[in-house]
Design a protein around this ligand. Structure first.
Ligand SMILES: [Zn+2]
Length: 120
């Protein structure tokens, strides 16, 4: 029995706005965004902390790829990142444009997902 919300998103048991996916990683929009285009980047395997991810170098390259795609998509190159991990017990990295500078409606999930995807 796995009650992990992010594992449910990976398995499509919970809907999400996915913006990037490969064999090991998934990126999707946070449902409670701090700014337009707020993304969570997670490993597809369940690890408690990002520091537990065995191929962390590959994961970090995905984080960079998504951050580069967010840069400029919402009117600012300033992309904030946060790695704490206390909210959801599945490794994740927050990425979101500066809330004071980002342009757009943070609740326009479809539009914001498209803005990021065309920059990937
Ligand atoms: Zn999980």
């Amino acid at each position: 029995m796995n009650d992990c919300l992010f594992c449910k998103i990976i398995n499509d048991e919970v809907p999400s706005y996915k913006i990037y996916e490969d064999a090991d990683s998934l990126a999707f929009l946070d449902i409670n965004p701090r700014s337009p285009g707020h993304v969570q980047v997670i490993p597809k395997a369940h690890y408690r902390w990002v520091w537990d991810i065995p191929n962390y170098d590959n994961y970090s390259l995905v984080v960079q790829k998504i951050a580069k795609a967010i840069q400029g998509a919402f009117g600012t190159d300033e992309v904030w990142s946060r790695v704490i991990g206390e909210e959801i017990p599945h490794a994740h990295t927050w990425l979101f444009p500066d809330p004071n500078k980002a342009i757009g409606d943070k609740k326009d999930f479809e539009g914001n997902a498209e803005k990021i995807k065309i920059n990937l």
